[in-house]
Write a protein that binds this ligand. Structure first.
Ligand SMILES: Cc1cc2nc3c(=O)[nH]c(=O)nc-3n(C[C@H](O)[C@H](O)[C@H](O)COP(=O)(O)OP(=O)(O)OC[C@H]3O[C@@H](n4cnc5c(N)ncnc54)[C@H](O)[C@@H]3O)c2cc1C
Ligand code: FES
Length: 255
């Protein structure tokens, strides 16, 4: 799923902390909404200035009118700077970029996320429910520190099934436990270990699509910085992905 992308300036309309290192951000960027399909992403960097020089990839978590919703986890310098932006700050946005999840599932669908990997699944669940398409939505969280993040998403999606490794919210364990037996397709996003375990545990015949994380620079397919090992050779997460069929990924060769 791919549409033309564009670069422009967006304005932070709202930003609020969910946990000590995750934020829900809303950015006014009128050109984004049309191509904001599940799994597509933006490259985002603050303006003015050159720090950081390169935009950081963030999944489109939703849209409302001319505003795009994002979920940001501060893990390093780039995401920490983005998370500290005040309301009214300008950002450079490139996107929507990449190929997302399939337009429509071929059978009973499970959305399965881990942590901020829930971001592209948020917009997927939004669009599927608007289209009256039944699906399940599961999200795994590491521990009690993520409770406000889980509650935030559960407030928006009452059908969200939460799992936490310490049992502090939802069911205890990972979202891979007790995978529903009637599922025919899975769309997943989260840490590579979770995606690898998922692809190895789903019964054959279940189609699995995974959104892959990679360091990115250009987002347009020019720098080869985002290469992912696949059965078809090294493929670019920014233009060939970030969503790939799980069976394509050479999990043992991932860095
Ligand atoms: C297509 C795509 C969509 C993404 N969507 C989102 C999203 O919606 N929300 C979001 O918060 N992030 C998302 N990410 C991940 C995000 O882009 C990275 O976390 C970010 O680029 C890290 O930049 P940094 O400068 O903050 O950290 P860096 O300085 O680059 O890294 C700092 C440290 O964090 C580690 N690190 C880097 N990335 C991650 C990570 N993802 N998880 C844990 N540790 C990491 C590094 O190994 C390093 O040790 C997405 C990535 C891709 C490729
Ligand atoms: S980020 Fe440059 S090729 Fe993908």
């Amino acid at each position: 799923m791919r549409c033309g992308s564009i670069e422009g300036t967006g304005v932070v309309e709202a930003i609020r902390p969910l946990t000590e290192d995750t934020w829900a951000m809303e950015v006014r960027a009128p050109w984004i909404a049309e191509g904001a399909l599940p799994g597509r992403f933006l490259l985002l960097r603050p303006l003015p200035g050159r720090d950081p020089l390169l935009g950081r990839p963030l999944a489109i978590a939703g849209t409302a009118g001319e505003t795009v919703h994002l979920l940001v986890q501060a893990v390093g310098r780039g995401t920490s700077i983005l998370a500290s932006l005040p309301r009214g700050a300008s950002v450079q946005l490139r996107g929507p970029l990449g190929r997302g999840f399939p337009g429509e599932p071929r059978g009973r669908l499970l959305l399965l996320g881990g942590g901020v990997g829930g971001a592209p699944l948020r917009v997927a669940s939004q669009l599927l429910s608007w289209g009256g398409m039944a699906h399940r939505f599961r999200l795994g969280l590491p521990d009690h520190r993520w409770i406000p993040f889980g509650r935030h998403l559960q407030g928006e999606f009452p059908w969200l099934e939460l799992w936490s490794e310490d049992g502090s919210i939802g069911s205890e364990g990972t979202p891979l436990e007790e995978l529903p037996t009637d599922v025919e397709e899975v769309w997943a996003c989260g840490p590579p270990g979770m995606l690898r375990a998922l692809c190895r545990s789903v019964p054959s015949g279940v189609r699995c699509f995974v959104s892959m994380e990679a360091r990115m620079a250009c987002g347009y397919g020019g720098c080869l910085g985002c290469a992912v090992p696949t059965t078809g050779g090294m493929r670019r997460a920014c233009t060939d992905g970030p969503v790939f069929a799980g069976e394509e990924i050479l999990w043992d060769e991932l860095g």
